[in-house]
Design a binder for this molecule. Sequence first.
Ligand SMILES: Cc1cc2nc3c(=O)[nH]c(=O)nc-3n(C[C@H](O)[C@H](O)[C@H](O)COP(=O)(O)OP(=O)(O)OC[C@H]3O[C@@H](n4cnc5c(N)ncnc54)[C@H](O)[C@@H]3O)c2cc1C
Ligand SMILES: *[C@@H]1O[C@H](CO)[C@@H](O)[C@H](O)[C@H]1NC(C)=O
Ligand SMILES: *[C@@H]1O[C@H](CO)[C@@H](O)[C@H](O)[C@H]1NC(C)=O
Ligand SMILES: *[C@@H]1O[C@H](CO)[C@@H](O)[C@H](O)[C@H]1NC(C)=O
Ligand SMILES: *[C@@H]1O[C@H](CO)[C@@H](O)[C@H](O)[C@H]1NC(C)=O
Length: 501
Amino acid sequence: MLSRLLLSGFLILIPFSSELGNAGFVQLDGAPPSKIAVVGAGIGGSATAYFLRQHFGPEVRIDVFEKGTVGGRLATVTVNNQDYESGGSIIHSLNLHMQDFVKQLGLKYRKSVAGKMAVFNGEEIILEETDWYLLDLFRLWWRYGISFIRMQMWVEEIMEKFMRIYKYQAHGYAFSSVEELLNSLGGSGFLNMTRRSLSESLLELGVSQRFIDEVISPIMRVNYGQNISIPAFVGAVSLAGAQANLWAVEGGNKLVCSGLLKLAKANLIPAQVTAVSLQTAGESHQYRLGYSSQNEQVSEVYDIVVVATPLQQNVRSGISFQDFDPQFTEMPGSYHQTTASIVHGYLNCSYFGFPDPKLFPFSSILTTDTQGLFFNSVASVCPVNISAGFRRKPPQEAGVYKVFSPRPLEKPELKTLFRSYYSVQVTDWQAYPHYGSAQGLPPVVLHDNLYYLNGIEWAGSAMEMSSVAAKNIALLAYHRWSRQLEMIDQKDLMHKIKTEL
Ligand SMILES: Cc1cc2nc3c(=O)[nH]c(=O)nc-3n(C[C@H](O)[C@H](O)[C@H](O)COP(=O)(O)OP(=O)(O)OC[C@H]3O[C@@H](n4cnc5c(N)ncnc54)[C@H](O)[C@@H]3O)c2cc1C
Ligand SMILES: *[C@@H]1O[C@H](CO)[C@@H](O)[C@H](O)[C@H]1NC(C)=O
Ligand SMILES: *[C@@H]1O[C@H](CO)[C@@H](O)[C@H](O)[C@H]1NC(C)=O
Ligand SMILES: *[C@@H]1O[C@H](CO)[C@@H](O)[C@H](O)[C@H]1NC(C)=O
Ligand SMILES: *[C@@H]1O[C@H](CO)[C@@H](O)[C@H](O)[C@H]1NC(C)=O
């Protein structure tokens, strides 16, 4: 027991780049894997490559396939020589993997620049943030009574339990399914939270319908483009992301992906994987990946494959799985479309009831779930590089705004939100799961040494969730390869870890 522990401690504490003990990495029954493939170079795939390198050591070849741009749903668009996040933008202070990546890579934090938020119901502003924290608290209390406190305590309790994952992973424990992972963190309560709706859970806590409609719903709309019927677990992830202490990466969040690939000494192959087929030789299995390179179909065989892109039909990964028995194709359910429009122009403050833009105090507007509203949110955004003297443009000047909407904005809609504009850059995302469109959580293990990362998004979709899944899959692949099954799906880990120390 002790030696295994030391080994796993060793694996985690010594960075792979260290010259120490390379041989110590792979204590396997059989031969170490010689080639591993990761499909997708978003944060999930890049982090997987990084963690695989840590666990499997310096010898194994790690190929990462990317059909589009490194970063995936972490992406920027350029306006006037400045870049702005168009996909995943906000990171919570307790997202420990993301924090660690930034540290390992020597990147810098970009703190959010202060700005006030308001909630708009299609006719008027119904809730506004002020300069004074106590006044905000008092107003929330006045308007919603104890709902606010109950919701806060609920989210904190969930976060506290979720944070156990870092301990488990630091001790080398892995889970073979999203269900097992959630169950070890928060018992059946967590699993149930992936199956019941947020509004139901909050009402049961005694949170008022009014608070749900005026505060919770706008937060779900800005973060997931969906309503309060989304599952309670992802709802809590979303509410945690609406708290203070948020940050982003200076220069753009996608820098984490390219940085991790470098740190992992991964071999980036800019190609779309079109087929994964099973190769059987006696007892052992390998996987042949087909892809096109310079208009030529080529293929290559791998010992371990991690698919780090959604496999739902409307995401169009283009991968077909061949010669598996039973057959598997797409995952059930679909992804939710959110359009991000980055607009350079003058906000139409009149539309929000402020004819004089000089008197418009808000930097971001969330919306209630009102019929006929064509957008989810509009916010003044900061570039990914902020100089010391940076300030937000006041609304009477032209500024850069990000609008989230369920479909591309039409011209009259743009003319409603903006008095005038210089440019609009549209990104249509298959952004996150359309919660409620599938039953249950997708598998992590698709076959012996074939893994699927993005099932975690059906519990909650965020950069940190993909990072947690990446670490889990690297550990899982390592333990399964080296047949250390006692490191997988262990029960009562809180207790176990205490007694190990
Ligand atoms: C508008 C928007 C706002 C968001 N806001 C936040 C936020 O504020 N905070 C937060 O934490 N999260 C946010 N998210 C969610 C977050 O961006 C995602 O959860 C995360 O980036 C998913 O990363 P991933 O690597 O798992 O998937 P992806 O980033 O989708 O990566 C998959 C990659 O695989 C590639 N690929 C697909 N098929 C193939 C193939 N056949 N061959 C080769 N390559 C292939 C794709 O091109 C892609 O690059 C937001 C998402 C969107 C869209
Ligand atoms: C979760 O749901 C199951 C089945 O409905 C129930 O038996 C269990 O008590 C629930 N767990 C919690 C913690 O509420
Ligand atoms: C939320 O949206 C779904 C469709 O995506 C719909 O079926 C459901 O009724 C909506 N819930 C509420 C409370 O409006
Ligand atoms: C933006 O920040 C990144 C990371 O700190 C840096 O590499 C890049 O050079 C910066 N770009 C500009 C235009 O300042
Ligand atoms: C701005 O909003 C007002 C009030 O809703 C509306 O009458 C006007 O047409 C909008 N557009 C412009 C360009 O002012």
